[in-house]
Write a protein that binds this ligand. Structure first.
Ligand code: 5GP
Ligand code: ZN
Length: 112
């Protein structure tokens, strides 16, 4: 039995609106959106964080999925932000690697 919330979303045990999905990657809406579009892109297999990812094909699949989410959500033309929070200083709160895809409004810099 896994306690990882994103593994449980992948397994369908916790519902989350799915944006796109393939064999290796799942994209689903963030439960607490920080922008009009806020989608999380995660590997289906449990990888704790960016540093634990050692599969370049999976890296490519994740980044491609972010681009596909932006196109699907109609934010590619207006622009968007992709974020990977890593570790405590990075603000990571779920220890299952995920890319945030944020758009639908202007982003600010520097981030908080
Ligand atoms: P982090 O802080 O680790 O970069 O991002 C974790 C994200 O996961 C947060 O934006 C949070 O809102 C989202 N999240 C946490 N639990 C759930 C959940 O059960 N379902 C969904 N869809 N998103 C979640
Ligand atoms: Zn997991």
């Amino acid at each position: 039995v896994t306690t990882c919330v994103f593994c449980r979303i992948v397994a369908g045990e916790i519902p989350a609106p799915r944006i796109l999905e393939n064999e290796h990657v799942l994209a689903f809406r963030d439960i607490n959106p920080q922008a009009p579009v806020h989608v999380l892109v995660a590997p289906k297999l449990h990888v704790t964080r960016l540093d634990a990812l050692n599969d370049v094909a999976l890296e490519a699949a994740l980044l491609s999925a972010c681009r596909a989410v932006a196109a699907d959500q109609k934010i590619a033309a207006t622009g968007y932000r992709v974020v990977i929070n890593t570790g405590s200083d990075g603000g990571q709160s779920v220890d299952h690697l995920h890319f945030h895809v944020l758009g639908g409004r202007a982003m600010h810099w520097p981030p908080g």
